[in-house]
Design a protein around this ligand. Structure first.
Ligand SMILES: Cc1ncc(COP(=O)(O)O)c(C=O)c1O
Length: 376
């Protein structure tokens, strides 16, 4: 079994702890346990008292009723029984792809996006065709190209909506066309939906509500600001498929643990407050990011639509130098970004702008300063 190095994760593993000014992360400014408990009317007193008395057994194997009922509220067509908790969205994608894909299967994957969505199927022996995103198309791929790529044997189409590293969003209208193409060859669609668009006017629907062979994966890591609780899920209308995933789960996970499950359920119970906070951060910081881009001639950007990741283009940097630039930026200025070559797009970088305001401002200023020094 050959597994390719996971570009952006490997970059973060090596470099993130040396950052003084981290503007690389895709999570919206992570919450503390204290902040999460404060969403409760009694400041989390009852929650903590119950937790202190809870036996740390395996707990609810597939996710507690409280957790499943909160997740089910995010969908209109997915019953609680068809929701399985996983170890983050990474665990959900891993399990779904393992459940569906074997040697020789044909997979189409939005490319580049989250590397797991194309390199994990390849490792399992699939023949993977890339459905390429295009900057001139607001970082979306073309439907005509998907029609060309699809075959009677296509088993799975992997999507990331909203997408990383660009923050691009596929509208329900666009997705409905993707569903029609998938349906024409009876293919499944797996959509990693960890980045929820935070502008309330954005038209957005999870794939599990749109397609009988759709699988939504998600977690509390990004939009919900709690990656330190390793809880994600798969959701599908399709009971048979869910039972396949159940089998794999018994071999790879068993459960996500009593503590993580309880905190995840609490975060989702207060999703309105969590999302209101996230929305405020995204709106404020996106305005700062836009102002910076508009006043910085050395960069340009197709702006994300209230999604927590953004992808900046370096106008005068030699694309071959992208990784070296990012390493020198970190060493000289302490600023962490993710160079675009880690997403197969050299000449760009991912900026996670949803950190605290002062970190963002300092990071962008230092990036501007260093672009001049490096290019000179
Ligand atoms: C698209 C996407 N999916 C999944 C993950 C990982 O999510 P989790 O922490 O829930 O495993 C990431 C992390 O960067 C991501 O960008």
């Amino acid at each position: 079994m050959e597994l390719t190095q996971f570009g952006c994760e490997d970059w973060l593993n090596v470099w993130e702890k040396s950052a003084k000014i981290d503007i690389a992360q895709s999570t919206i400014d992570s919450l503390t346990l204290e902040e999460i408990l404060a969403f409760e009317d009694d400041g989390g007193k009852a929650f903590m008292e119950n937790l202190m008395k809870e036996k740390f057994s395996y707990g609810w194997i597939e996710g507690s009723p409280a957790f499943k009922s909160e997740v089910a509220k995010l969908y209109t067509r997915v019953p609680e029984d068809n929701i399985l908790s996983t170890n983050g969205a990474t665990g959900a994608n891993f399990m779904a792809i393992l459940g569906l894909i074997g040697q020789g299967d044909h997979v189409i994957a939005q490319y580049p996006s989250y590397q797991q969505l194309y390199d994990w199927p390849k490792t399992l022996g699939a023949q993977v065709d890339y459905w390429e995103i295009r900057e001139e198309n607001n970082w979306l791929p073309e439907l005509s190209e998907l029609r060309r790529l699809v075959k009677p044997s296509t088993k799975l189409i992997c999507l990331n909506n909203a997408a990383q590293p660009t923050g691009a969003i596929m509208s329900p209208k666009f997705l409905a066309e993707v569903v029609e193409i998938a349906r024409s060859v009876d293919a499944y669609i797996l959509c990693d939906e960890v980045y929820l668009p935070l502008d309330e006017t954005t038209d957005y629907r999870p794939i599990a509500d749109m397609y009988e062979k759709g699988i939504s994966t998600n977690s509390i890591s990004k939009t919900y600001s709690v990656p330190g609780i390793r809880v994600g899920w798969v959701a599908t209308q399709n009971r048979e498929l869910c039972d396949e995933f159940r089998k794999i789960r018994d071999y790879t996970l068993i459960c996500t643990g009593v503590f993580d499950d309880a905190v995840a359920a609490l975060v989702l119970k207060h999703k309105d407050k969590v999302l209101a906070r996230a929305r405020k951060i995204v709106k404020k910081n996106l305005a700062i990011l836009k102002e910076w881009v508009e006043n910085e001639p050395l960069v340009s950007m197709v702006f994300p639509h209230d999604v927590s990741v953004s992808f900046v283009k370096f106008e005068q940097l030699d694309p071959a130098q992208t990784e070296d630039f990012a390493i020198q930026l970190l060493k000289e200025k302490g600023v962490l970004i993710i160079p675009g070559n880690r997403f197969a797009l050299p000449g760009y970088a991912r900026i996670g702008y949803c950190t605290d305001e002062s970190t963002l401002r300092q990071g962008l200023q230092a990036l501007s300063d260093f672009l001049r020094v490096y290019q000179a």
